[in-house]
Design a protein around this ligand. Structure first.
Ligand SMILES: [Zn+2]
Length: 170
């Protein structure tokens, strides 16, 4: 049985690289990422994003090395006031891909496998992985320069104190 992400990845052709047409050496690619990436991965928490992902690909005979850099914004829902806010992203991710008999991106090793028969490499899985790993566990509005919360003032006024909010949420 194929891993689930392979099925998903095939839906988003925007992030494909025809690696078989590349010469050995260094290559540069740029991608624009929006909310559709998160939708394609079934992520219901993120609908909007605006990011630029640059990829440096080093092609060798037996492997591909990728350095991904993502910059931009992802819209998150605040755990405290439930309004949406824009979260700045500045993320890096390295991926080492070895050519093999079968594609397997979900390994426990430091590298993943790409089938020699695949002429294209779809980067959406790696971009998604990089962005998800860069997100904070606790998602709340950032503070302003005076150290005050930027949460919805109506909600903050209505629910005073963090413990009460926790009770409301749970
Ligand atoms: Zn908030």
């Amino acid at each position: 049985m194929q891993p689930i992400f392979v099925y998903v990845v095939k839906q988003i052709s925007t992030y494909e690289i025809k690696h078989c047409e590349l010469d050995n050496g260094v290559h540069q690619f740029d991608f624009q990422v929006d909310g559709s990436l998160f939708v394609a991965y079934g992520n219901q928490e993120i609908n909007n994003a605006n990011l630029r992902v640059s990829v440096e690909l080093v092609k060798k005979t037996q492997e591909l090395s990728l350095l991904l850099q993502g910059k931009g914004e992802i819209e998150l829902q605040c755990d405290r006031c439930l309004d949406f806010f824009s979260h700045n992203i500045d993320a890096n991710h390295e991926v080492s891909i070895h050519f093999a008999e079968e594609t397997n991106f979900d390994t426990d090793e430091d590298y993943v496998y790409l089938s020699r028969s695949e002429e294209t490499l779809n980067l959406s899985y790696f971009i998604y992985e990089m962005l998800m790993l860069s997100l904070p566990i606790r998602r709340v509005h950032p503070e302003n320069e005076n150290g005050e919360t930027k949460c919805n003032p109506e909600v903050v006024k209505y629910i005073s104190g963090e413990s009460f909010i926790t009770e409301l949420v749970w």
